[in-house]
Design a protein around this ligand. Structure first.
Ligand code: PRX
Length: 651
């Protein structure tokens, strides 16, 4: 983030206390909860785990902490699917809607907890009949349909960790993730719908499956059908409907150890290779259940809508595990916010009388740009709470969300967290916290965060530094699949014994946290994490590219966009056609989210004498700032020439 933007944030003085009416009905409204949790954070979490979840067997020790490895609720046995489904069907919730699904072409479906219970068991039985056993990894590459949730819960039920791969990822990205996890089965669909087009999931999967020897079985849900045909390989590929038709209707949940792996989820880091974040059962379920209950103030009457895709951690924690564990009714939407028109979200809120909406700043900025006439066409009076996640929300977007979507009456929870943290970490509690537009406010009860300088010392108020988490928490990642060294190196070696988030932050005089964006080579495009090196590798894979350097640049809607400085090989012409080819190449290699916004051709890249590319200078160039310190450059003329050239291209 640029210094001017940070200064503007710190001048933000508007405050929004919870209304008395909201405060009174809130699930948590006692401000002493922070102190009480801090006095003994282990006891606090242990009490929550006991009250919020059903355990088959109690644990003996709440926490074993040998930095950086934590074990929570040691010896306890439970099942995540049992907690999300089975325990509700024993109550009146059996006939309560669990999922309200809105498919893009207008088809809809409502699944009660009873329906979910039946369908999950059938699919779990089908997985077992295909030889999937406890501990086997199952990759899920699905559109946003109820079967994506059913597949995840079925895996959890039989103790087979899932690895969901976002349906927008390419065949190559899918193959990399399957291979890293050594997944045994793949669950996919013939296709999904996006803006009236078919996303060819099975065809992508077929391309991936040529390079994934660990996959023995593929299960295909027929989402599109009709004339749209896909190739089914005999012996390997099975239709979901064939398998579940004859599958046993009951499949008891596997008692899992609290520390057994629940899932893997791949995310980008600062190197090219995505990392498989591991989450285990007891701690993760405790974290997501409590945060969903307190941060979203979830009640049985709520119609809760999180607009994320289940392919990201937000979908895992706040579409599936957190809300369902609380017995909530969740909307699941397959399509885009602007199809068939730009009022799609508001039409859905009105149609289902949604009470809670959780979305990303990038979407809010797009809505702002499209104009308030779209939300105004609809009755949004059912909404009572709004949430934001994925990237810093600028105060202007916060205010627009507050006024035009929340009608000035809904508390906004700006929730900071990460794939690695599993659950929300810094956030307002809507019945307690006075919010400030642009601030994620305070660590959740039982979470301790600090902002440190390079020497590991806490910085003063209003000074920027590195955001760290200073004590273990139940939903923390237990590590990176197959790469313990990288786990220690990435998160635990910068400041000993403390978890390094990779984000910069400041605290104001009231102790409120203001997130300032990533401090590593990760960029955040529309709330999605991308590694600059991943995009660079995709670029140099093209025969025309000799070398590439990728940076994140400020983008009005997406928060950050991707800019690539590219050196072209001898014999290729650096022209607009090549720019388009390279953009397309990256989209094909990784997925559309990684498509560069700008390709800048250059003869050389600014490097230090030891050969390291100076991205800081590239950022200065791309964002039109005066160049910072260039004394460490091997050849300062390179960067000057590049700056002039870039400014020429921009005009
Ligand atoms: O930089 C922070 C940003 O998103 C990163 C985590 O990305 P991911 O693991 O994909 O998870 C996204 C959804 C939880 C963080 O390191 N981030 C997330 N939420 C916020 C945020 N930055 C500022 N404010 C937030 N509320």
């Amino acid at each position: 983030m640029q210094p001017t933007a940070i200064d503007a944030l710190l001048q933000e003085t508007r405050t929004f206390p919870p209304s008395e009416a909201f405060r009174q009905q809130a699930n948590i409204n006692d401000p002493t909860i922070y102190e009480r949790a801090a006095q003994d954070f282990v006891a606090f979490w242990a009490q929550q785990a006991e009250q919020l979840l059903e355990w088959f067997e109690p644990w003996q020790t709440p926490l074993e902490w040998q930095p950086p490895y934590a074990k929570w609720f040691v010896g306890g046995k439970l099942n995540a699917c049992h907690n999300c489904v089975d325990r509700h069907v024993r109550t009146w919730r059996r006939n309560k809607a669990a999922l309200i699904w809105e498919g893009e072409p207008g088809d809809t479906r409502v699944l009660t907890y009873g329906d979910l219970h039946r369908e999950v068991q059938q699919f779990a039985s089908a997985l077992k009949s295909l030889g999937v056993r406890k501990g086997d990894r199952v990759c899920i590459y699905m559109p946003m349909i109820p079967e994506a949730v059913i597949a995840m819960l079925a895996c959890a039920r039989i103790g087979a960790p899932h690895s969901v791969v976002f349906g927008g990822f390419s065949a190559e990205a899918l193959a990399d993730r399957i291979n890293d996890a050594q997944a045994k089965a793949l669950v996919t669909a013939d296709g999904g719908w996006r803006r009236g087009n078919i996303v060819p999931l099975k065809r992508n999967a077929d391309d991936a499956l040529r390079h994934t020897p660990s996959i023995e079985t593929v299960i295909v849900y027929q989402r599109i059908g009709g004339d749209y045909t896909v190739n089914m390989q005999d012996g390997r590929d099975h239709w979901w409907h064939d398998l579940t038709r004859d599958a046993p209707l009951t499949c008891p949940p596997e008692p899992m150890d609290s520390e057994d792996l629940l899932y893997l989820l791949y995310t980008s880091g600062s190197t090219g290779k995505p990392k498989g974040i591991m989450h285990t059962t007891g701690g993760y379920m405790t974290g997501v259940t409590l945060t969903a209950k307190w941060v979203f103030d979830l009640k049985d009457e709520d119609i809760y809508w999180c607009t994320a895709d289940v392919g990201w951690v937000t979908g895992h924690s706040y579409i599936v595990y957190g809300p369902l564990s609380n017995g909530a009714t969740c909307i699941l939407y397959e399509g885009a916010p602007d199809y068939p028109d730009r009022d799609r979200f508001w039409a859905i809120v009105e149609k289902y009388r949604a009470t809670i909406l959780y979305t990303a700043p990038t979407a809010i900025r797009a809505f702002m740009k499209w104009g308030e006439q779209y939300p105004q066409k609809h009755d949004l009076s059912s909404l009572r709470l709004l949430g934001s996640v994925g990237e810093p929300i600028n105060p202007e977007a916060w205010m627009w969300y507050h006024e035009h979507i929340g009608g000035g009456r809904c508390p906004i929870v700006d929730t900071w967290w990460q794939t690695e943290t599993g659950a929300i970490m810094i956030t307002p509690l809507p019945g307690i916290t006075t919010t400030k537009p642009g601030s994620a406010t305070r660590p959740f009860p039982g979470i301790a965060a600090a902002i440190l300088n390079d020497q590991g010392q806490p910085v003063d108020a209003n000074h920027g530094g590195y955001l760290v988490i200073t004590q273990p928490w139940p939903s923390m990642t237990r590590g990176l699949w197959g790469d313990p060294e990288r786990f220690v190196q990435t998160y635990w070696s910068k400041f000993e014994g403390r978890y390094f988030t990779g984000d910069g932050a400041r605290q104001d005089d009231d102790g409120y946290f203001w997130l300032l964006g990533r401090v590593d080579d990760v960029i955040n495009v529309s709330g999605h994490r991308l590694s600059t090196m991943e995009v660079e590798s995709a670029l140099v894979d093209h025969p025309a590219v000799a070398e590439a350097a990728v940076i994140g640049i400020h983008h009005e809607i997406k928060g950050q966009g991707v800019a690539a400085f590219v050196i072209v090989k001898e014999g290729y012409t650096a022209d607009e056609a090549l720019q388009n080819t390279l953009k397309q190449h990256v989209a094909q290699k990784i997925g559309a989210i990684a498509r560069p916004d700008q390709i800048i051709f250059t003869a050389e890249l600014p490097k230090t004498r030891s050969g390291k590319i100076m991205r800081r200078l590239l950022r200065d160039i791309a964002e039109g700032r005066a160049l910072g310190d260039t004394t460490t450059l091997a050849d300062p003329a390179v960067v000057q020439a590049l700056k002039e050239k870039y400014e020429g291209q921009e005009e």
